[in-house]
Design a protein around this ligand. Structure first.
Ligand SMILES: *Cc1c(COP(=O)(O)O)cnc(C)c1O
Length: 639
């Protein structure tokens, strides 16, 4: 046995680095969740949650939502702004909004609105459907509802309806023509909107979404358009309704410098507009607060080089300084952090159901009397390797050559299928040994380093990348993946992950790396045991991933459990709700199939076979039942 410790696992998987205080590795090698930062003693054992789900008959893969983490993130963001505002002597307040698009699940919205009530934390909507959700669920009259995105008349009418409901609804003008229609509709309906102006910033965000700002950005008004808008509002006697200035330079801002630069630019624009008589009360800094998915605290695309405190301080002190220099009042600060609020609260648990070895199976390679010389030569290389470990490279070169010759020999009909299978097996055995030996060498030749990777296995997991980790596929986002048990044991397998879709893109091959290789192609996992399930957690899936999943291969939504922590419970938690994932019926229906008709069609064909005497009537009935049962069951593998 190696003397592997849980600390070694921590160094490898960096749980505390990305876990934000919510996740850590327990001394027993199990993954633990501390859902409330201010109650560190309340600790949930993730394998225990799994056990209870098993006992309740919930099938995997499944999404686990920790509502306390959601609440805790809302609280942390709001209290950090409050604390920094007090420390800085900033003469106004913070009134954040949660952008619905980041996770639109009703339960998520309800929890955020409830947790945010003491802070008058509001919602941001970017489409009509999201606005309708906000109208129904943002019931706090003092909190803001901020409306972004392109707007047609119906969108604007809904916004004005919200004003009639006495809600603080701010229509952010993204495009000049929206303003003209808003003015017209507001006069028609006799309702006064609260108007926001989105400014197209010169500064660029850094990271994947840097094109959200700059002159060619999709949204926002140029300075010239803003001045034209101000003129128009003045003419229409609506300037007094222009209360908010908005900017958003991109999501997942990896470098704090972009935040500082944006604050500098926006605070000046705010000040100058204020001095020109625009009665702005709010400055909305948009989203962008990043998540350190890979735990590297760097400007990697999946990381960030700053803390929440630093982010908030740069905004608060930045505006304070400019406003004081420009002699204008401090505005109310609004931010639209989505990712930072929701990423941590949910994860996906998936079972590894098999290993696809590149090195093949154990095939009998014993020599036969008249075997081909290539097979013999390859076997002899094994003995050569025994004598001297300095000849790794040489043996590797020879093995590669023999393997190629064997393939050609087979094509020419000189080698039998059995001999080809033997060369294949001997080749991989040889590479496995070369890999082991070369790791002991002081200097490892470049080519030999690549052997490890060619030897790595693929672990087949019961999930769909397209449904549960869309950004991993679409934009190479790194998401932390960690086994939830055996973390006190050395993980000896280098692997990548493949999912159960019939798509060669259905894989994850970007993992948390180390200093020398920030993004690794493989992850170290434990070897599978015949008598023990092996479950992986895919973490930080609460932002975007939860709701962007698609229907590739018709797998559909996952089963979901909502976990609440509860101190008086022996296990510190209870499952508050189970939301059933997609059944075959449901996913087929969304693609215009009619499962009832499908069942009839199958029945017809079986009946025909019964009439022809190919299926016994009793068996036929069972087969039809089985088909119907499968239609109503979970789409993922039952393993
Ligand atoms: C997407 C979006 C957000 C959320 O950004 P995060 O980086 O997830 O915080 C906020 N505001 C606007 C306008 C957006 O488009």
């Amino acid at each position: 046995m190696s003397n592997w410790t849980t600390q070694d696992s921590e160094n490898l998987y960096k749980v505390q680095r990305w876990g934000n205080g919510y996740f850590k590795i327990g001394d027993d090698g199990n993954l633990k969740v501390t859902p409330k930062l201010d109650e560190p003693n309340l600790q949930i054992d993730l394998p225990e949650v799994l056990k209870e789900m098993h006992a309740d008959g919930i099938q995997f893969p499944a999404v686990i939502r920790f509502h306390d983490i959601l609440r805790s993130q809302v609280k942390t963001l709001n209290e950090t702004f409050r604390r920094v505002i007090t420390e800085a002597g900033y003469e106004n307040s913070y009134m954040g909004v949660y952008p619905i698009k980041v996770n639109q699940m009703r339960e998520v919205i309800e929890e955020i609105v409830d947790a945010g009530r003491p802070y008058h934390y509001g919602l941001e909507a970017g489409s009509k459907a999201e606005l309708m959700a906000a109208l129904a669920y943002n019931t706090n009259r003092r909190s803001l509802t901020i409306l972004n995105g392109y707007k047609d008349d119906e969108y604007l009418r809904l916004a004005l309806l919200g004003r009639k409901m006495n809600r603080k609804i701010v229509v952010v003008i993204e495009k000049f023509s929206e303003l003209i229609r808003l003015i017209k509709l507001s006069k028609e309906l006799g309702v006064e909107p609260i108007i926001g102006l989105r400014v197209k910033m010169m500064v660029k965000g850094r990271g994947k979404w840097e094109h959200s700002s700059g002159e060619r950005a999709k949204f926002g008004l140029s300075i010239a358009e803003i001045l034209k808008a101000v003129d128009l509002l003045q003419q229409e006697d609506m300037l007094h309704l222009t209360e908010l200035l908005h900017f958003h330079i991109g999501s997942q801002l990896t470098d704090i410098r972009s935040v500082k630069e944006a604050v500098q630019e926006a605070s000046l624009i705010y000040s100058k507009l204020y001095q020109n008589g625009v009665p702005l009360q709010y400055i909305d800094v948009g989203g962008g607060l990043a998540i350190d998915y890979d735990g590297s605290q760097s400007t990697n695309d999946s990381s960030r080089n700053y803390s929440l405190d630093e982010y908030v301080s740069d905004i608060v002190y930045g505006f304070k300084q400019t406003c004081e220099l420009q002699n204008v009042p401090h505005p109310i600060i609004v931010s639209e952090s989505g990712r930072a609020i929701t990423a941590h609260h949910s994860c996906v648990l998936t079972k590894v159901i098999g290993e696809i070895k590149r090195t093949g199976v154990d095939y009998n390679t014993d020599p036969l009397p008249d075997e081909h010389i290539l097979v013999t030569n390859l076997r002899d290389l094994n003995n050569l390797l025994d004598e001297d470990s300095d000849n790794c490279q040489e043996v590797y070169n020879d093995a590669g050559q023999i393997k190629e010759q064997a393939m050609n020999g087979f094509k020419l009909g000189v080698l039998t299928l059995d001999e080809l299978a033997k060369t294949e097996t001997l080749y991989w055995q040889l590479l496995t040994r070369i890999d082991a030996i070369s790791h002991q060498l002081e200097f490892i030749p470049e080519e030999l380093k690549e052997i490890s990777e060619s030897l790595s296995s693929q672990y087949l997991s019961n999930f769909s990348v397209f449904q549960s980790a869309a950004d991993s596929w679409a934009i190479d986002q790194v998401l932390p993946i960690v086994p939830i048990t055996r973390l006190d044991e050395e993980p000896t397998k280098q692997c990548s992950l493949v999912d159960i879709t019939c798509d060669s893109d259905g894989k994850i091959d970007k993992f948390i790396g180390d200093e020398s290789e920030p993004i690794a192609k493989n992850i170290a996992l434990h070897s599978l045991k015949a008598d023990e399930d092996y479950f992986l957690g895919i973490f930080l899936t609460g932002a975007y991933q939860d709701v962007m999943g698609d229907m590739h291969n018709l797998f559909g939504r996952l089963n979901e459990v909502h976990i609440f922590s509860y101190d008086d419970d022996p296990k510190d938690f209870y499952i508050e709700e189970v939301v059933k994932g997609s059944s075959a019926n449901q996913v087929l229906s969304t693609m215009q199939y009619n499962p009832e008709i499908m069942a009839q069609l199958v029945k017809k064909q079986i009946d025909k076979q019964i009439r022809k005497g190919r299926i016994a009537p009793r068996e036929g009935v069972k087969l039809i039942d089985f088909y119907e049962e499968s239609l109503s069951s979970y789409t993922y593998l039952k393993s």
